[in-house]
Design a protein around this ligand. Sequence first.
Ligand SMILES: [Zn+2]
Length: 381
Amino acid sequence: MKLLNQAQISELALYRSPRFFITSAYFDTDKSHQNYKEIKLRLKNLISRAEDQLKHLPLSKEKKEALREDLRKIEEYLFQNLRSYKHPGLAVFSCARENFWQEFILPDPPRNRIVFDRNAYVRPLSAILDEHKKIGTLVLDRKEAKFYEVFMDDIKLIETIKGEVPPKVREGGWEGYESKRIERHIETHLHEYFKNCGQTTFNLFKKNQFEWFFLGCKEEYLPYFKEHLHPYLQQRLKGQIKVSPADNPDKILTAVSKLEKLLKEQEKESLVKRLISELKKDGLAISGLDSTLDYLNRSAVQILLVTRYFSQPGYMCPKCHFLYASYEICPGCKIHTQPQVDVIDEAIEMAMNKNCEVKHINPPTQLQEYGNIGAFLRFKP
Ligand SMILES: [Zn+2]
């Protein structure tokens, strides 16, 4: 099923088996940066690493065997569906011994990860939800307006407004004087109708708490329509899409998603620019893996920025759980650290644990020139 709201996540988070653990698996199935063969290889490696990890878990033989069943089921499912799967991400939650199985189609690629725990590991789902805006979209022409709610790849028609504007005067059908009078009559109707559209949109925004406002209308109507738009909506008007009320919802959804993606990328890239200017004036920001891990360990990070797909091996101290890019001995505890296949995964996990915001920045980005990772700080210790 599609990931659509917090309620789905809360319900999943409540699931618990009295006897067995749950396997949570996240897969990056985004074919825009990797082909089918590469995806398959990466996921195969991920599953075999999880099998290795399973061997060392302090669990009963029965519990481990149950988790191994999950992995086999997940692997089978993946390789049956992967080739035709068209979405950028997939999450699967399984407890085979209890016949529990749930999968979510994800609109963004997650980081590949498999987690065994008593509860489903749902934090990446919440993170994806947080990243998406609730978009109120009004599509109108001179006869009809439709208001849609768009959230997480899903579109719902909420309201239809009929215009009742008389059709335009046919050429030559009227004497000059008469025709001017009628044009004015039409204008009045059109203004009334746009006013009504603006008011309805404002009411729907207040009722449903949309974050962004998208508009689909012809350029020629735009100045008229904007006249009737409440400043609250003008502020939230993020852009226009080229669609009409007669278009089917799928076409409208495609246009909305495309604009949303573009705006989000712009937003993130301006965040990177802010980071760089903060770095240049030696303000509350740092970059590079060593420093970022250092400040993350000391709970000084507010927003973590990572280039999407960036990954690197590193170390974790088994005692204080601090993360390091290169220390084989923990400077604090003076004991050997443990190698980590991907210290970036662990850093993201630690950031989420400490309630930091995590922003995945799509490459190419200026962040790549700053070590692919950086952070805004709460304070400089
Ligand atoms: Zn330590």
